[in-house]
Design a protein around this ligand. Structure first.
Ligand code: ACO
Length: 322
């Protein structure tokens, strides 16, 4: 029986930091409102000439180093992003070339904030079936590029960054199970209302920015997230007490806290980076994981529960023995 395990993690944040005080100067908001409603203190923003692939490359190189593998042994690249460098080729293909890897399958996944959980699930299945032995899984975003900086309801929430993991074949289970869902009926709650095949001209002008019904999303998010956590626990026949760390998508401190309350989970067992990173969409979970691995909180052998929720709507979870 082949299993998959996370062999190493890496992440990267652009140098530029935008604080809540900086945002007070461009929209009608306050540091107090942002902290209280979202838990966010600051976010990183990519430089004008810095792309999603640039962020992904830094994170990928760090994950490759941490895993102790040669880039040449990677035989699958799955990259989750909502903000690809180009319409095509995929950012995964651009990254493959940067890393000097040739031939292996490489593709992007678009599930907005749930993208990394989707990508991890796909890589796990490739490895378990023997179709790949060493996968590079990345969540990378320059999400601030699709933000309207004059819309206080959204611009205070998002940031840029990248996280990556190496998923390799193993004799014992690392990724125990993954659970993916989507429901397009809620597409209007969170969207960019223009794309390649619809209102393409808007992409060159104004209007192709994130729109969000934050209040409605908040309620759907809390219910959906506690449900997906229960689904992952039930599938593995364990209770929440068996989980060492919950690593949630970092959208909002209050969503994380409300989900934890519903699950009966104490704050000490949750990795929270939203204060420093904001919502980095597909990058948020691998970023939080890497932060906690590198600061020593997440240790080998511990049980991690990753969960996410995002545009689509999409949602998903992964239970991982690290
Ligand atoms: N500064 C000051 N006031 C603001 C700001 C701001 N930045 N933004 C909104 N307000 C105002 C509103 O206009 C409103 O004013 P009104 O009462 O006069 O109309 C008031 O604050 C309250 O607004 P709400 O939207 O009710 O505030 P809420 O407490 O719901 O917080 C927030 C808003 C932070 C967006 C929250 O709803 C949230 O986090 N929602 C979920 C976001 C999410 O999970 N997204 C999904 C993942 S992201 C992805 O997939 C890409």
């Amino acid at each position: 029986m082949i299993y998959s395990r996370i062999a190493g993690t890496g992440s990267y944040l652009p140098d530029k930091v935008v604080t809540n005080a900086d945002l007070e100067k461009i929209v009608d908001t306050t540091d107090e409102w942002i902290r209280e409603r979202s838990g966010i203190h600051q976010r990183h923003v990519a430089a004008d000439d810095e792309t999603t692939c640039d962020l992904a490359e830094h994170a990928a190189r760090r994950a490759i180093e941490a895993a102790g593998v040669e880039a040449g042994s990677i035989d699958l690249i799955v990259l989750a992003t909502t903000t690809p460098d180009l319409v095509f080729p995929s950012t995964a293909c651009l990254l493959q070339e940067r890393l000097g890897i040739h031939d292996c399958a490489a593709f992007d996944i678009q599930a907005v904030c749930t993208g990394f959980v989707y990508a991890l699930s796909v890589a796990d299945k490739f490895v378990r079936t023997g179709a790949a032995r060493c996968a590079l899984v990345v969540g990378a975003e320059t999400f601030t590029r699709i933000i309207d900086w004059s819309d206080r309801k959204t611009c205070v929430l998002f940031g840029d960054g990248a996280g990556a993991v190496i998923v390799e074949a193993a004799d014992a289970p690392g990724v125990l199970s993954t659970h993916l869902h989507a429901d397009g009926r809620y597409a209007d709650l969170l969207l960019v209302p223009a794309g390649v095949s619809k209102d393409y001209q808007k992409l060159r002008g104004h209007g192709a920015f994130v729109r969000m019904e934050g209040n409605q999303l908040f309620k759907v998010a809390v219910n959906t997230l506690s449900g997906i956590v229960e689904e992952a626990l039930t599938a593995n026949g364990i209770g929440i007490d068996a989980v060492d760390w919950l690593i949630p998508h970092q959208a909002n401190k209050r969503i994380i806290a409300a989900t934890a309350r519903k699950l009966g989970l104490s704050d000490e067992r949750i990795i929270v980076t939203v204060a420093e990173h904001g919502n980095t969409s597909a990058a948020s979970i691998p970023l939080a994981l890497d932060v906690a691995v590198r600061d020593g909180r997440v240790k080998r052998g511990q049980l991690l529960l990753l969960e996410a929720f995002g545009g689509g709507l999409t949602w998903g979870a992964a239970l991982v023995r690290y």
